[in-house]
Design a protein around this ligand. Structure first.
Ligand SMILES: [Zn+2]
Length: 384
């Protein structure tokens, strides 16, 4: 039995150093007794200090618990040490972990959905389910978890051996036969678990599912509880307030306003595309020669549109901008790669394309003019 399991309220304790071993990036320490929680079962490790030195990580290996410190000096075997576990981090982990038990219980007992894995992260926690969870189930699940918080169900932990489990309805089979640690929540959940938990559900205060996505044939559910959930809701509130102010609407009008703005934007995009095409065609019409080499102020999209209109009329066009952007439109009249070949050999040109269009950038401004001259020479040799 681990001390963090039998007495999880102990966050300050005295101990003695059992072993010290130096690693590449720090030092590993074992203690005669420790209340630190080592990473495991989806729950991250505790943090804190040992004689003032920061504990970066805690992990278990073969029944031994290792504490990783970034640095130390003067820590020797058998030396007495004072240890402190970060209360805020432990409480937060206990809250998120207990929330997972309740979430898993509600999904299974109300909807027959199994939890296949659990992960607790710095910002949010997730569970993965065996089947996809529909939106209406998510809403009902979130409400059910919060209802259990409202009922303030007690959470207890006790030990049993496999032969005297009696009628305890363990949610999942356990790997060990003796000293099975059972974590019970009210009359809704019995689970073999070695993690830390709250004493009663009121400590969770609030539960919020923040996102659901498809994952490996099931769903990945992101959730938060306790302070994390309050912070999340405050941030949402702030964002919504900004949007309400910006769009000058009430909360209930917000979705409709956003939808109509998106519709308006799509309509404008369509109109703009039609007008841009007409503009490109009109600009292309202004060129009388069959081969055009010219500096242009237009953006890439308009240049491409003008070029395609010119190619359609059987013309060759080379457009370049003062920022070094260059387009060579040849259509089927010539091989754009050939036209640009000589120029590329002499100057630094980043780009490429096919036989009908080459595009790219001349990196040095002073090379634009000689680069264009080289292209011009190639065009003259075409004898069009
Ligand atoms: Zn647990």
């Amino acid at each position: 039995m681990k001390l963090y399991q039998t007495d999880q309220d102990v966050l300050n304790f005295s101990s003695r150093i059992k072993s010290v071993s130096e690693e590449k990036d720090g030092v590993l320490i074992t203690l005669k007794n420790t209340y630190f929680y080592p990473e495991g079962g989806g729950q991250p490790a505790d943090q804190g200090t040992i004689n003032g030195y920061e504990v970066l990580d805690v992990f278990a290996d073969d029944e031994e618990i290792y504490h990783k410190l970034a640095s130390f000096s003067g820590l020797t075997i058998n030396m007495p040490v004072e240890c402190t576990i970060s209360k805020e981090r432990r409480n937060d982990h206990s809250i998120q972990h207990t929330a997972q038990h309740v979430l898993t219980a509600v999904l299974k007992d109300s909807f027959g959905i199994e939890t296949v894995s659990f992960h607790m992260g710095r910002a949010y926690s997730t569970i993965d389910t065996d089947v996809e969870v529909k939106e209406e189930i998510i809403l009902q699940t979130e409400k059910a978890v919060n209802d259990f918080i409202g009922e303030d169900l007690p959470v207890s932990a006790y030990y049993r051996d496999k032969w005297n489990l009696g009628d305890i309805p363990l949610r999942k089979d356990v790997q060990v036969d003796s000293n099975i640690r059972i974590v019970q929540i009210g009359k809704i959940d019995w689970c073999g678990c070695g993690g830390t938990h709250v004493r009663s559900l009121k400590e969770m205060r609030l539960f919020k599912i923040t996102a659901v996505e498809k994952y490996k044939g099931g769903s990945r559910i992101y959730y938060m509880a306790g302070d994390r959930a309050f912070h999340y809701i405050s941030e949402m509130e702030e964002t919504v307030s900004l949007l309400k102010k910006e769009l000058e609407v009430n909360l209930d009008e917000l979705p409709f306003r956003v939808r109509s703005l998106v519709q308006e934007r799509d309509d404008y995009r369509k109109q703009t595309a039609v007008l841009m095409n007409q503009l490109a065609e009109a600009i292309a019409e202004t060129y009388q020669d069959d081969v055009v080499v010219e500096e242009t102020p237009h953006d890439d999209e308009l240049i491409r549109s003008i070029g395609s209109h010119m190619v359609n009329k059987g013309k060759i066009a080379v457009f370049y901008r003062p920022d070094g952007r260059i387009f060579v439109f040849t259509g089927k009249k010539a091989d754009a790669k050939e036209i640009i070949k000589k120029a590329r050999e002499e100057f630094r040109f980043r780009g490429g394309g096919g036989a009908t269009l080459q595009q790219g950038v001349i990196e040095l401004p002073e090379e634009i003019s000689p680069f264009i001259s080289k292209i011009y020479e190639s065009l003259l040799r075409l004898e069009i």
